[in-house]
Design a protein around this ligand. Structure first.
Ligand code: FES
Ligand SMILES: [Fe+2]
Length: 354
C-alpha cells in the first residue's frame, strides 16, 4: 500500500468550519486542533498538551492562546508555552508543534510534513468555490476506507452507470471510451470522456432545465494527492463551444473533491459542486446538494465495503485492470513516486513526555 505523501498540502477543513471554537481533526494520522485568532488567521497546532497529553481541542481559548483544560499550560498561536502553573520558569521544551496553514478557494489547507518545504504557491487551485460567477454547494463525508480507494473511484467514472444509476449514471458513461494523459513534470493526471449524444441524468435535467438528450463532457484533472477536479459540460445535443472558446449555450459544473487521509484506513471526503447557471437559485442549490450528497454516500458505502474486503483478504491478492482503469493506475504510479520522494521527512519538532 502507498504510504502517506507527507510533504504536500492537504485540505483540513472548509474555512466556515473554523472560528472561535476549538476544532479537532486528524490529518495523516496526526491529531490537530484548529482555531481562528482574534484577527481571523487560522492556526493549527498538535492536539496534545505537552504536559500529560490532554487534548487541547477539549480545552479553551483565551484571546489567541489555548489554556489546557487539565492543569492550565497555556500555548500561544505558534505552539509555545507561555504559562505553566505553580512556577515561573517555563521549560524550554514546553511547546507543541504548529503547522503551516493557508486559506484559499474556501478551503483551509495544512502542511503536515517538513516545514521548510511548505510552499503556498504549490497549492492547486479550485477558484470556482469562491467566485461570484458561480454558485456552490459543498460538504464533507467521513469515509471508513483508505484514501487510495477514493482516488480509484474518482478516476474511473464508468462506475456512475452502475453505482449511481438513476442519479448521475446513464449507459453512455460506461460505454464511451476515455482518453488519459499524464503531465509527468507537473504530476497531473487528465482523464476525459466526451459523450456526443447521451441520456440526461436527473441531476442535470432538473438543475439545467434541458429537456431531451445532451452532449456531456467529463474532463478530470487530478492533482495528487489531494485535489480532484471534474470539469463537467452539459448542453443540448450538438451544441458545442464557439471556435474562440466561449460557450454561452453550455452549462458548466465544476465538481471538486479534496481527498485527505485521516488515518491509513479512513479519509475525509470533501465534495463541492460549483455551477455557472441558476446563480443564487436556492431551489437548485438544495436539489444539487441533496443529490450530490446521495451520490457521495453511494460511493462511501461501496468504499467502506471494499476496505473491509481488503482487511480480510489473503496476502498477495491480485486485482485485474482493464482500459477504464488507465487513469487510476496513472494516479497510483504518481502517488507511489511522491511517497518515495518524500520518504521519512523530519517530523515537526515536538516535545513528547517519555
Ligand atoms: S495535561 Fe495539559 S496542563 Fe496538564
Ligand atoms: Fe461515484
Amino acid at each position: 500500500m502507498t504510504a502517506f505523501v507527507r510533504n504536500q498540502w492537504y485540505v483540513a477543513a472548509y474555512g466556515r468550519e473554523i472560528g472561535r471554537e476549538l476544532f479537532a481533526r486528524t490529518i495523516l494520522g496526526e491529531s490537530l486542533v484548529f482555531y481562528r485568532t482574534t484577527s481571523g488567521r487560522v492556526v493549527a497546532l498538535a492536539d496534545r498538551c505537552v504536559h500529560r497529553r490532554y487534548p487541547l481541542s477539549e480545552s479553551r481559548l483565551e484571546g489567541d492562546t489555548i489554556v489546557c483544560g487539565y492543569h492550565g499550560f497555556t500555548y500561544d498561536q505558534g505552539g509555545t508555552c507561555v504559562f505553566v502553573p505553580g512556577q515561573a520558569r517555563i521549560p524550554r521544551t514546553a511547546r507543541v508543534a504548529s503547522y503551516p496553514v493557508v486559506e484559499q478557494d474556501s478551503f483551509v489547507w495544512v502542511w503536515i510534513g517538513d516545514h521548510d518545504r511548505a510552499d503556498p504557491s504549490s497549492i492547486p487551485r479550485a477558484p470556482w468555490l469562491d467566485d461570484p460567477a458561480y454558485t456552490s454547494v459543498s460538504g464533507m463525508e467521513p469515509l471508513a476506507a483508505r484514501y487510495q480507494l477514493l482516488v480509484d473511484n474518482l478516476m474511473d467514472l464508468s462506475h456512475e452507470t452502475y453505482l449511481h444509476g438513476g442519479y448521475i449514471g446513464t449507459p453512455e458513461v460506461a460505454n464511451t471510451p476515455i482518453t488519459t494523459e499524464v503531465d509527468e513534470d507537473r504530476g497531473i493526471v487528465y482523464v476525459s470522456r466526451h459523450m456526443a449524444d447521451a441520456e440526461c441524468p436527473l441531476f442535470y435535467a432538473e438543475s439545467t432545465g434541458i429537456e431531451g438528450r445532451i452532449t456531456r463532457w467529463q474532463d478530470i484533472e487530478y492533482h495528487p494527492p489531494c485535489l480532484y477536479l471534474l470539469h463537467s459540460r452539459i448542453a443540448p445535443v450538438g451544441v458545442l463551444p464557439n471556435a474562440d472558446g466561449s460557450d454561452p449555450d453550455g452549462f458548466h459544473v465544476e465538481i471538486v473533491y479534496a481527498i485527505t487521509p485521516e488515518t491509513e484506513n479512513s479519509t475525509h471526503d470533501f465534495w463541492a459542486v460549483a455551477r455557472d447557471f441558476a446563480l443564487g437559485d436556492q431551489e437548485v442549490s438544495d436539489f444539487l446538494a441533496e443529490n450530490n450528497r446521495t451520490v457521495v454516500m453511494q460511493d462511501v458505502v461501496a468504499l467502506n465495503l471494499l476496505e473491509k474486503v481488503i482487511a480480510t483478504e489473503p496476502e498477495g491478492y491480485q486485482e485485474l485492470s482493464i482500459n477504464i482503469d488507465t487513469g487510476g493506475l496513472a494516479a497510483r504510479r504518481i502517488l507511489t513516486r511522491m511517497a518515495e520522494a518524500g520518504a521519512a521527512p523530519a517530523r515537526p519538532s515536538e516535545a513528547v513526555p517519555s
